[in-house]
Design a protein around this ligand. Sequence first.
Ligand code: PGA
Length: 255
Amino acid sequence: MSGRQMVPPVFAANWKLNHGPSDARAFLQRFLALVPRQHDRTLLLFPSALAVGAVVEALRDRPDIQVGVQNVHTEAQGAFTGENSVQQARDVGARVVLVGHSERRQLFGETDADTARKVALVVQARLVPLLCVGETLAEREGGLVEAVVQRQLEAGVSLLDDAQAAGLLVAYEPVWAIGTGRTATPEDAGDVHSLLRRLLSDRLGERVASGIPLLYGGSVNRGNVQALLAAPNVNGVLVGGASLDPDGWASIVRS
Ligand code: PGA
């Protein structure tokens, strides 16, 4: 069974190192004018940590849009100059936390053990983890897609009990498709999403697994979003570059 009917579509914007507080306020002024309150879909925004406060403030009258942080530290507190903790994320008004984005894994050496620890801390802080998984081009060409995605998913939820794991969001983001203009075909995405759904069903049962939103990410844009959302077990999108312009992002979230 596909989980699509049960999960309202999720549109998540990952701004990475773009849009400080001033740009974020200007973005939202325009975006909110274009996009009225949504009832049939979930909108998520992941600004840079320094802009989260401004975004939460600008969205005070828009509870339909949830704000998240792009990363948290593996420890809850301590002497870790430059890091942000889960409690601080909660305090500033974030509700969701990206964990294990491929840029964290590739550029900052984040391991499966780190993602497991972060997911657990996020859940303990009563925030929602959005766990990212995805293979590199070399792994895809080496026939390792299933093994990599399975390893990353299982590690990510390894410290959670089943009730906690039921509250997860997952994004499949093939590394070779991120920021490259190269998108997975809806068929590729559907294959991996169906695998993720099966792995979650094995652990949590079909009913619970069918309620976990599975997002696709990697060069999603206005032109390909509808076809990707129509693929089996694709319940939403996680978008970088095409989420930076308010008009463009508005047209994507209204897909
Ligand atoms: P992209 O980034 O849409 O610019 O490819 C997606 C992501 O990294 O989450």
